[in-house]
Design a protein around this ligand. Structure first.
Ligand code: NAD
Ligand code: MG
Length: 401
């Protein structure tokens, strides 16, 4: 039986049971929106959030999950109060988050941001679930560990990242040897045409104002440095059987062509759509079927022109740094991810400048030995060491200013 047949047989025509890890974030809210529009098609098992009690409670009152979890334990009573009089079970803390991930659902939407989502996502994978993966940092910091867990449990990973969803939709998994390359498109972010001298002084507010997509703060900054595309190259190398040197990046400011796959006969297949995450989320929720999404329809006559160009490595060095980490392998991608999370936090908190973000990541990669990463414990230890080293860098830069 193919993966698709197995999945269809598992759920048939009964409602799909869904858990959302990170339901209060940008991807989480888009997912909630799709569930809300088609109540007969879904049942909700669990919703989780870090600290936004009021939004989590509002979502839980509406979607009636069995369980709502707040990661910050000090907010347990607040969530309990907010959900009093409902049948929703309430829990808090890291262990409860993993329980929610492993609970009885057909599909788990992994939409926590950063390596904080790794343990819960792995808990869902270990239970052999279908995991809709938005949380790309999981694959970047623990790719091998995740893939081994998938192999052991028979879990299915469905990409939610728009580029990877596009590739998944046009990738001929039955003719892998005929796939020559995959091409990830990148909008280029808000500073696509800004010169380096002016990039030095951009503010967090300017960096999070993405021209096409509305997203959480961390990924918006990653898009502005283009580290996001670097993380996505690493993500793609784990999701698709294609080596780093055949994963290309193409700047496409309109964000209409979401990515492409090139075949040996010269054909290039792409998936297109308006930039609205509800399209790739809907694809993952219904896979291997399709379902509706309220995303605006693509009107190419109105778009008029689609443009493309090569990325500029001088002004956007993050892409090169990430590729190098992928080529080095071992601990390097784990260090890259952790250092980037700390650097982005430092930038958003006004401690370091925009151009310091990639500098901190490069420095941290140079400082840390590149040991091997085979277990979750390895990942946790290297992630912690990289965070500490990157915090040191941030403090040094701050002291200089
Ligand atoms: P966000 O910041 O809007 O939301 C993050 C969610 O994770 C929130 O629900 C928050 O409560 C939860 N969370 C954060 N830290 C946590 C912690 N320590 N413990 C438990 N929960 C925690 O982020 P987002 O933009 O929705 O992105 C989520 C993931 O999806 C990221 O990995 C991002 O790269 C990826 N992604 C997002 C988009 C997008 O359009 N937003 C597109 C592609 C991929
Ligand atoms: Mg993306």
């Amino acid at each position: 039986m193919t993966l698709q047949e197995r999945s269809l047989r598992a759920t048939g025509n009964r409602p799909r049971r869904i858990s959302i890890l990170g339901s209060t974030g940008s991807i989480g809210c888009s997912t909630v929106d799709l569930l809300r529009r088609d109540p007969g098609a879904y049942e909700v098992e669990a919703l989780t959030a870090r600290s936004n009690v009021s939004l989590l409670a509002q979502q839980a009152r509406e979607l009636k999950p069995r369980l709502a979890v707040i990661a910050d334990e000090s907010l347990y009573d607040a969530l309990k109060d907010a959900l009093s009089g409902t049948n929703v079970a309430v829990a808090a803390g890291a262990a409860a988050l993993e329980e929610a991930a492993a609970a009885d659902a057909d599909l788990v939407m992994a939409a926590i941001v950063g390596a904080a989502g790794l343990k819960p996502t792995l808990a869902a994978v270990a239970r052999g679930k279908t995991v809709a993966l938005a949380n790309k940092e999981c694959l970047v910091c623990a790719g091998e560990v995740m893939l081994k867990a998938v192999e052991r449990s028979g879990a299915t990973l469905l990409p939610v990242d728009s580029e990877h969803s596009a590739i998944f939709q046009v990738f001929d998994f039955d003719n892998v040897e005929q796939v020559e390359r995959i091409i990830l498109t990148a909008s280029g972010g808000p500073f696509l045409d800004l010169d380096l001298a002016r990039m030095k002084d951009v503010t967090p507010a300017q960096a999070v104002a993405h021209p096409n997509w509305s997203m959480g703060a961390k990924i918006s900054v990653d898009s502005a440095t283009m580290m996001n595309k670097g993380l996505e190259v690493i993500e793609a190398s784990y999701l698709f059987p294609v080596p780093e040197e055949r994963i290309e990046v193409l700047i496409h400011p309109q964000s209409v062509v979401h990515s492409l796959v090139g075949y040996a006969d010269g054909s290039v297949l792409a998936q297109l759509g308006t930039p609205d995450m509800r399209t790739p989320i809907a694809y993952a929720l219904a896979w291997p079927r399709r379902t509706g999404s309220p995303a605006a329809r693509l009107d190419l006559a109105q778009v008029g022109q689609l443009t493309f160009r090569a990325p500029d490595p001088e002004r956007f060095p993050a892409l090169t740094v990430a590729r190098q980490a992928l080529k080095s392998g071992g601990a390097a991608p784990t260090v890259l991810n952790a250092a980037n999370e700390i650097a982005v936090q430092g930038f958003l908190g006004g401690e370091i400048g925009f151009l310091d973000i990639v500098a901190v990541v490069s420095e941290t990669l140079e400082m840390l030995p590149s040991g091997s990463v085979t277990t979750l414990e390895d990942v946790v230890a290297i992630d912690a060491a990289a965070r500490e080293a990157a915090r040191g860098q941030v403090a040094r830069i701050r002291a200089r200013h």
